[in-house]
Write a new protein. Structure first.
Length: 338
């Protein structure tokens, strides 16, 4: 038996390793040529201290209090030289990947399709050359090289982990480098390269209700998260508010509707900002943040969209003096969408 351990480094790079039964994380990482920080490797110095964000593990008793205090252990800090996973885990490593003699992985793929779902959104599908696919956490992104150019663009997966078939939902930017390639040149079978995965915006273990807030093609990571939840069960309620500017910007509504039956605790609302909209739900995402959805702060909020939307939500939370139990967000930069 082995477990998958995601190592999330301070610079946003994620690397995935396989940890055998009764194998310590530090040993598994070194075996797979990732030099996690260490000094003594005996639980004495504390150099290898990290935080386990999710998953189950054993630490044993063979380490000193000076290396890891009881209070730190209660806060899920771990010594990777002593930590033995008993499930898949996610570990936050508090240094850059380059200092561990590792970095983003590069993957090769071919274009499957590039379909305009609307004037503003393109669904981009790839087939990875490696049959093992690419490991990532739902919500993370990769950097995709623009064919025929040295530039790359960052896009969140809209597909779940575990498949050679991967997809992305990206904004169609007139004149944008990637947008021009996808609308004018892309053909099935075109070779393409991507690097990653990266990002601290990913789905955590469900322990309380969750509120997903998506703006435009910021819907992409939530589709990945919802697919993962549908495959693995969803014990906690999830409500998604999906906001766009115009009616024609609404995409993937059939897929969202399917989650009503696939995820018994799922609900969603799509809203349109334009005053000319025919939608039954007009206005911005913040106009639909009803108090009952905020659950007195006992919920996890995930937010992804363009910077003005992210800033508007953060300002709205401040105005309400509202602090959720956890708050994870990602906002697009111009280079990420063009």
């Amino acid at each position: 038996m082995s477990f998958t351990v995601a190592l999330n480094f301070e610079d946003g790079v994620s690397r995935f390793i396989q940890c055998n039964s009764n194998e310590k994380v530090l040993d598994a990482a070194y075996r797979q040529k990732i030099n996690l920080p260490m000094d003594c490797s005996d639980g004495v110095c504390g150099t290898c201290k990290c935080r386990c964000e999710q998953g189950e593990y054993n630490l044993g008793d063979d380490y000193l209090e000076e290396a890891l205090s009881e209070q730190e252990a209660e806060q899920r800090l771990v010594l990777t030289c002593q930590m033995v996973p008993t499930s898949d885990c996610v570990i936050e490593v508090p240094i850059a990947s380059t200092l561990c003699k590792t970095g983003s992985e590069t993957f090769s793929a071919t274009v499957t399709s590039a379909i305009a779902l609307s004037d503003s959104a393109i669904e981009f599908c790839l087939t990875l050359d490696d049959e093992r696919g690419i490991s990532f956490l739902p919500g993370q992104y990769v950097n995709i090289e623009v064919p025929g150019n040295d530039a790359s663009r960052a896009y969140s997966f809209s597909s779940p982990p575990g498949s050679r078939q991967i997809s992305f939902l990206l904004r169609n930017v007139p004149g944008g480098m990637m947008s021009r390639y996808l609308t004018d040149k892309a053909q099935p079978g075109d070779p393409i390269r991507l690097r990653g995965p990266q990002g601290s915006f990913y789905l955590r273990t469900p322990v309380r209700p969750r509120l997903f807030l998506a703006g435009g093609t910021g819907l992409a990571p939530f589709l990945s998260m919802l697919e993962q939840l549908a495959a693995g069960g969803n014990p906690q309620p999830v409500h998604l508010i999906y906001g766009v500017t115009h009616d024609h910007d609404l995409v993937k509504l059939e897929q969202l509707e399917s989650y009503r039956s696939r995820l018994p605790n799922f609900s969603y609302l799509a809203c349109v900002a334009s005053e000319a909209s025919q939608s039954p739900h007009k206005g911005y995402v913040t106009h639909h943040l009803d108090e009952h959805l905020l659950n007195d702060g006992d919920l996890d909020v995930y937010l992804c969209g363009p910077p003005p939307m992210v800033e508007a939500v953060c300002s709205d939370f401040q105005r309400r003096s509202f602090t959720p139990a956890s708050f994870h967000y990602e906002k697009f930069a111009a280079s990420q969408v063009s």
